[in-house]
Design a protein around this ligand. Structure first.
Ligand SMILES: [Zn+2]
Ligand SMILES: [Zn+2]
Length: 349
């Protein structure tokens, strides 16, 4: 039952949403049909592919692959104790491990915290472009501390940042001992670049596989349910997962035991899944860069929002079309919703 305050916010939201009737009777904002945002369609649309991969915002910028490779390179060059000599990592030592843990905590706090402060604490754009017009619950027994945001922060920082760091430490330890095949941009420039191009797609395939497995009932009941308590997501929901799920989710490093790589590739593989979920779970379709702007910057989170809304769809990402090929795509169209209802017996609204 909505409170009077929620009703006021809801009706205000309907009035200011670009003057178009984008909120339905339940107060949900349905931004656009996803079809055109999906890069791989048949027949192939070269212009859309080009725009998706090289446009702004897009696959590379401002939060995509290129930005994350930049962050990975900066981390290795400036923020990694011992990066001057690989043998430094041959022995596990608090001297280089503790700064890594602190670094990762600060990175996560900066990214998820900043989005949370702007969108949810200060509420600088109100409910404009917010999919669900309600705000996260502060009196819900399903969350730790009865508070969704604090619960989400706990799992993200205590479990997420820890397992992320443990994996980075183990990878550097493996490089230091020669258990991983090491290359540099100068020793193997072609493979260095080719691997950098392969990894974003490998990440999306790995995410799809792990996520699909996580919906297998025993694993869902043991671990993935924890992430899915968040039907009305916020930036801290992104990495709010059970430790078992974190172990699986970050395990994309396995590819480094198959192909030669550099720690920059490894940091890219680990940092992107740690930091990007905050963006993918903002709960907003766009972020307004100026208070009264008509159009904000798209953060492309609708695809995954639909997964949180309807569960049995959109397991992957929009980049790799596995959901389309394997019949689990929900592209936001009424036909798609109808298909989901028939298949999953979702009650009519
Ligand atoms: Zn899921
Ligand atoms: Zn999610």
């Amino acid at each position: 039952m909505a409170t009077a305050q929620q009703e006021v916010e809801r009706s205000a939201a309907i009035e200011i949403d670009d003057g178009s009737a984008t909120r339905d009777a339940r107060g949900e904002w349905r931004p656009r049909i996803l079809g055109k945002a999906l890069p791989f369609r048949w027949p192939v649309q070269p212009r859309e592919l080009f725009r998706f991969f090289l446009g702004f915002p897009g696959f590379l910028w401002p939060f995509g692959a290129a930005a994350h490779y930049g962050l990975a390179a900066a981390t290795w060059r400036f923020l990694q104790p011992g990066s001057g000599q690989l043998s430094h990592f041959s022995h596990l030592s608090a001297g280089w491990i503790v700064p890594m843990y602190l670094r990762n905590l600060v990175m996560l706090l900066l990214v998820a915290g900043t989005l949370h402060i702007i969108l949810y604490w200060r509420r600088l754009q109100g409910t404009r472009f917010k999919y669900n017009s309600r705000w996260p619950g502060t009196h819900s027994k399903i969350f730790l501390f009865n508070n969704q945001v604090r619960d989400n922060m706990f799992w993200s920082l205590a479990s997420g940042a820890t397992i992320w760091t443990v994996y980075e430490v183990l990878m550097l330890w493996a490089y230091g001992n020669g258990w991983l095949s090491f290359i540099t941009l100068y020793s193997n420039p072609v493979w260095f670049v080719v691997l950098a191009i392969i990894l974003p797609f490998w990440q999306d395939v790995h995410f799809y596989i792990v996520h699909r497995i996580s919906h297998w009932k025993p694993l869902y009941d043991a671990a993935h349910y924890l992430h899915h308590r968040n039907t009305n997501v916020g930036p801290w929901s992104g990495l709010s997962m059970h430790p078992i799920e974190h172990i699986l989710y970050f395990s994309r490093w396995v590819i480094l035991f198959v192909v030669p790589s550099h720690p920059i590739h490894m940091f890219y593989l680990m940092q992107r899944p740690a930091l990007n979920p905050a963006l993918g779970h903002t709960g907003f379709d766009r972020i307004l860069l100026k208070k009264d702007a008509d159009r904000g910057m798209s953060v492309d989170s609708y695809f995954h929002y639909l997964h949180h809304r309807y569960f049995e769809c959109n397991y992957g990402t929009i980049t790799v079309p596995l959901d389309r090929w394997l019949g689990s795509l929900h592209d936001g169209t009424p036909e798609s919703l109808e298909r989901m209802r028939r298949k999953r017996r979702i009650p009519a609204e």
